[in-house]
Design a protein around this ligand. Structure first.
Ligand code: FES
Length: 165
């Protein structure tokens, strides 16, 4: 069950919109922020709070790639490898970040990922531009951006922060 703080935040979202269903996506994001992923029970709880059918929550959660309907590592690092980032070493930065947290990247180019030994940190490359090309190479960690990942010091600092989470 979600915390009272998240339930209150979801009720506030519902009040912001003329149509309840519009509040579903931000509400699912709030629930995922707390739970880490969206189980069937969490989807049902959010749907009930928003006042829409459970099927609407399932449809939305399975449509958007940033919503997770299966358990994922608590910390996810998404390194942008679109052209502006790729030109300044994004792929190499992804490799170094993975190595620094004890993960090994595998998979096809531009879609590589790896998880560290205890399953708490996932590092992956993504084909989405996050709009921070002028501060490339960069990655997203949850809702935060970490930019200027040019050198080993920046990557070591990021890795130290990731291990503390
Ligand atoms: S290309 Fe990486 S943030 Fe835009």
């Amino acid at each position: 069950m979600l915390s009272e703080a998240t339930r209150t935040a979801i009720r506030s979202e519902v009040e912001r919109y003329p149509h309840k269903k519009t509040a579903l996506l931000p509400s699912l994001k709030l629930a995922q922020r707390e739970a880490g992923w969206l189980s069937k029970d969490t989807l049902a709880e959010v749907a009930d709070l928003v006042g829409v059918p459970h099927s609407s929550a399932v449809e939305l959660a399975t449509f958007y790639s940033m919503l997770f309907t299966a358990q994922v590592p608590r910390t996810r690092v998404e390194v942008c490898v679109q052209l502006p980032c790729a030109l300044v070493g994004a792929e190499q930065a992804a490799e170094k970040i993975a190595r620094a947290v004890g993960a090994e990247l595998h998979g096809p180019p531009h879609r590589r990922h790896g998880v560290n030994a205890d399953g708490t940190i996932e590092v992956g490359t993504t084909v989405e531009c996050y709009g921070a090309c002028h501060r490339a190479p960069m990655c997203r960690v949850g809702d935060d951006y970490v930019e200027h990942l040019h050198d080993d010091d920046a990557i070591a600092s990021l890795a130290a922060d990731l291990k503390k989470r």
